[in-house]
Design a protein around this ligand. Structure first.
Ligand code: MG
Length: 272
């Protein structure tokens, strides 16, 4: 299934997304996701689900981040060419860090470039959404049944602050630094290779394939879940290909992944 999360008559709802005439449409309401507090509250009142819903183009919906994770776990340097471009060794084990859930941003939302930073970079990434609790996934255990689907993320980074701080919490964690969406889909296979591209104001900056991952999705889920239990709805960002670079206020960043559409966000200066 491919689904989105959107605001409709004051409620956060999930919608089934299908192609109609070459365009993605929300064709019906989807069941909510169990981790979503808003969904749980809505179920206390059956009346909240008595909408007459008419199909609409995805482009006409007020989209929300399609996930409500308990945590966002990110992988640094998972493509050889990106590790090299920043002068880093290819890691022997995955390099993990968190982004806070307060950094989540909807498709189309404005990324606020903090006054504290002089260099804000884009990082287009494939992200996966956990579907079932993962605790100490074993070697050889099939991970696919634990994954609900895939989406697009932009791991926005204040590169100067990331370097200055020596750890990444602040540089990766500003409000609005995790745009995600527009949809979640189980219809792609990263192990077979999907293309991840990033454009700034329409100009191609990143072009990678998940075939070039240093660590596969299965490797990542085993490594992460050996230490940290992954809950339904949790988001795992799988790293960015080469080509990252700085942005300026007024830029627009489009991250596209085959089968998942385009995540598009404008960047602007922080407002006082
Ligand atoms: Mg990244």
């Amino acid at each position: 299934m491919t689904y989105c999360r959107f605001e409709f008559e004051g409620q956060a709802l999930y919608g089934v997304v299908e192609e109609r005439g070459g365009e993605p449409w929300i064709v019906d309401l989807a069941p909510g996701m169990e981790e979503d507090l808003a969904y749980k509250l809505a179920h206390l009142s059956a009346a909240a689900w008595s909408f007459d819903f008419e199909p609409m183009p995805l482009s006409a919906a007020k989209l929300l981040p399609p996930v409500t994770p308990s945590k966002i776990i990110c992988v640094g340097r998972n493509y050889r060419d990106h590790a090299k471009e920043l002068g880093n060794e290819v890691p022997a084990e995955p390099l993990l860090f968190f982004k806070p859930v307060s950094s989540l941003l909807a498709p189309g939302g404005v990324v606020r470039m903090p006054a504290l930073s002089e260099r804000v970079d884009f990082e287009g990434e494939l992200a996966l959404v956990v579907g079932k609790r993962i605790q100490k996934l074993r070697t050889g255990e099939d991970w696919r049944g634990f994954v609900r689907g895939y989406t697009i993320a932009n791991d926005v980074t204040a590169r100067d602050i990331q370097k200055k701080d020596g750890q990444w919490t602040r540089g990766k964690g500003f409000d609005t630094f995790c745009p995600v969406g527009p949809v979640v889909s189980d219809g792609i296979d990263p192990d077979a290779g999907v293309v991840v591209e990033t454009r700034v104001n329409g100009e191609l900056k990143q072009h990678g394939s998940t075939k070039d991952f240093i660590f596969s999705i299965g490797d990542l889920l085993r490594y992460i879940s050996a230490a940290i239990t992954l809950e339904p709805g949790d988001l795992v960002l799988t790293g960015t290909p080469a080509g990252v670079g700085p942005l300026k206020a007024g830029d627009r960043v489009d991250v596209s992944i085959e089968g998942l559409g385009v995540l598009s966000n404008p960047f602007d200066a922080e407002t006082a």
